[in-house]
Ligand binder design. Structure first.
Ligand SMILES: C[S@@+](CC[C@H](N)C(=O)[O-])C[C@H]1O[C@@H](n2cnc3c(N)ncnc32)[C@H](O)[C@@H]1O
Ligand SMILES: [Zn+2]
Length: 270
């Protein structure tokens, strides 16, 4: 079991939750969150629990990190110019920039990272080495159980996982230095709500780093987009409207690097 105990916060009243008798309790309003197989299961909004992502990814979990799923899909989506290993690219995008402003210089210690839609924890595990701690949240219990198992297998102790929906995070305002959100924004039913939540839990000057898919290259073709929608419910973004959405949610210093249909992005919370 991972040793980290993150500070989850009650969405009903804002109090910090306490772990008691195998569940998380709000000592103020009485909300209780069950913990199953070591993973807290927070409630998810109705619209999200109706979506099929939970089931689709529960089914995908056993093969997600095997050679039949992530890597071939990544090669197809990213094309010949995509970095060989997206995890190393994300890890380096999480590092402080040279010549960064005072808010980064003040961050003498390793950053705290929230990995939104962490899946099986591919990115969570990769960035844990450079982080003080990483909390991975995802809607799929199946993906999270793998994430926990893989982290334990690799002896990584500064990570914790919880079932949560991206658009309703049980996490305090300004709680994290960094948020990673990889290969997932295009799946969320309410993207603006998820971006607003990510902005809320990032401290001012904190950074969002991630990848998503855009309607260019192979995903510029309508039949390919139809397959993406039917298989996993993915809707690729238009690059410029994605940029506008980030700005409207309170992100600045946007950096985009498009490789095929894959968009690597970095943004600073204002
Ligand atoms: C393609 S996987 C990406 C996993 C991981 N970030 C990676 O790079 O390997 C997409 C993940 O998004 C999760 N997901 C979909 N909708 C979600 C939501 N509303 N809230 C949180 N996670 C969600 C799925 O369960 C799945 O694990
Ligand atoms: Zn409460």
């Amino acid at each position: 079991m991972a040793a980290l105990e993150p500070g989850y916060v009650c969405r009903r009243c804002g109090w910090r939750l306490s772990r008691r008798d195998g569940e998380l309790d709000c000592l103020n309003c009485g909300e209780t969150i069950p913990i199953a197989n070591g993973i807290p299961r927070f409630p998810v909004p109705n619209g999200v629990s109706d979506s099929s992502h939970e089931t689709v990814f529960d089914r995908l979990a056993p093969v997600y990190e095997t050679p039949v799923w992530f890597r071939p899909l990544y090669r197809l989506i990213g094309g010949a110019t995509a970095p060989r290993d997206d995890r190393s690219t994300i890890a380096s995008m999480l590092e402080p920039e040279a010549g960064a402003g005072a808010e980064i210089e003040a961050e003498a210690e390793a950053p705290t990272v929230l990995d939104v839609a962490c899946g099986t924890g591919r990115i969570t595990r990769r960035v844990a080495g450079d982080a003080a701690s990483v909390v991975g949240v995802d809607i799929s219990g199946g993906m999270l159980e793998r994430a926990q198992r893989y982290a334990v297998r690799e002896g990584i102790e500064n990570v914790a996982f919880a079932r949560m929906s991206a658009d309703e995070l049980w996490i305090g305002t300004d709680a994290f230095d960094r948020v990673a959100c990889c290969w997932a924004l295009h799946l969320f039913p309410d993207i603006d709500a998820a971006l607003a939540e990510i902005r809320r839990v990032l401290r001012p000057g904190g950074r969002l780093v991630g990848t998503t898919i855009v309607d260019e290259y192979v995903l510029g073709a309508a039949p390919v987009r139809a397959v993406a929608r039917l298989t996993v419910g993915a809707e690729p973004f238009d690059v410029e409207s994605f940029r506008d959405r980030l700005r409207e949610t309170g992100f600045s210093s946007l950096e985009f690097d498009r490789r095929g249909s894959a968009l690597f992005f970095r943004a600073r919370a204002e």
